[in-house]
Design a protein around this ligand. Structure first.
Ligand SMILES: NC(=O)c1ccc[n+]([C@@H]2O[C@H](COP(=O)([O-])OP(=O)(O)OC[C@H]3O[C@@H](n4cnc5c(N)ncnc54)[C@H](OP(=O)(O)O)[C@@H]3O)[C@@H](O)[C@H]2O)c1
Length: 302
């Protein structure tokens, strides 16, 4: 029997996972530009996979990847600028021999111009041992015109499947709006959470109108949301949308926005991974309940 989390000390057995984990399919969302369906809960990697040369921490990270895969997850977001994350994840996936089954989302992440960007693309292919990158994104709009040309060229050559752009900075929202209006894009990635709702005002509805898939980063506001709720109990009404934890409360709030294609919480902890995947199962809150979630969160902040 596959023992999950042995390296991290979590000791979860697959047979002990909540029933939803094995019996219920994960929520799927379709990519507007192609109609391809992808699981709506993905996995980020900004800091979590940036660990040194092979060491005991890698066992827990391998468990996270394997568990994510077993529970139906596919979308993995990384970048050449995330320390060693892209390489570590690529090596672990190749050891598990599941690297080709993942939806490989990475970035060109440099203000160093054309050659630096091309070098990163080659590095991404090497890191994952893959001929195809599913989604390549211009990171934080750095050298956006140059790198969009590079990614489009790669798409024409069949080495990249989808073109995207990212930000996590509200100060870039205006520029991002112009980019969405002026460029042909498959994906936009932006920060959105109960703690930072600004993207829902203009950018997310605009992406929906333009038929651009939305990837949500920093869904826990880089972990800060957990500090806001502290040790408080979930409200009873969270059960009405099959929510069993604060993590699921935060992710289901995001997934209930129909314009969101995939949310990418990052974790290095197999138990948190299981928790996060649970957000992609069962009912989602309706609009009225989403307002109640905002009010409750704002009360905690006050
Ligand atoms: N501009 C961009 O393109 C951009 C910017 C920011 C982020 N991103 C992408 O978005 C991903 C997500 O954002 P993020 O990593 O900054 O922050 P995040 O996903 O909002 O928060 C991650 C933090 O939450 C903790 N956590 C995860 N699941 C948990 C759970 N169920 N219960 C309690 N704690 C939990 C993690 O710690 P544990 O490891 O202990 O679980 C980690 O400290 C990034 O990794 C990256 O791939 C892209």
């Amino acid at each position: 029997m596959l023992k999950i989390g042995a390296g991290a000390g979590a000791g979860l057995l697959l047979s002990e996972l909540p029933a939803f984990a094995l019996q219920q399919p994960l929520l799927m969302r379709s990519i507007p530009s192609s109609g391809e369906e992808i699981p709506a809960v993905g996995l980020g990697s900004a800091r979590t996979f940036s660990v040194g040369p092979p060491n005991p921490q890698w066992v827990g990270l391998s468990d996270v990847l394997e568990l994510f895969y077993e529970m139906g997850g596919r979308f993995f977001d990384t970048a050449p600028s995330y320390g060693t994350s892209e390489r570590v994840a690529g090596q672990l996936l190749q050891e598990l021999n599941i690297q080709n089954d993942f939806f490989f989302a990475t970035k060109i992440s440099t203000g160093g111009g054309l050659e630096a960007g091309l070098g990163q693309v080659e590095g991404s292919h090497r890191s994952w041992g893959r001929e195809t990158i599913d989604l390549n994104q211009v990171h934080n709009l750095q050298d956006v015109d140059i790198h969009l040309r590079t990614i489009r060229q790669a798409k024409e050559e069949g080495r990249t499947r989808y073109v995207g752009v990212t930000t996590s900075f509200p100060r870039q929202y205006q520029q991002m709006e112009q980019v969405l209006r002026n460029e042909a894009l498959d994906f936009v990635q932006l920060n959105y959470s109960l703690g930072e709702r600004g993207a829902a005002e203009r950018l997310i509805p605009l992406a929906q109108d333009l038929g651009i898939a939305v990837v949500v980063n920093e869904p826990y506001n880089v972990g800060r949301l957990f500090a806001v709720v502290g040790g408080r109990d979930l409200p009873d009404w969270a059960a009405e949308f099959d929510c069993q934890s604060w993590g699921q409360f935060f992710l289901k709030y995001i997934l209930a926005n129909p314009a969101v294609t995939v949310v990418i919480p990052a974790t290095s902890d197999p138990e948190h991974l299981v928790d996060n995947m649970g957000a992609g199962v069962g009912r989602l809150p309706d609009e009225r309940t989403r307002r109640d979630m905002e009010d409750l969160f704002d009360e905690f902040l006050a």
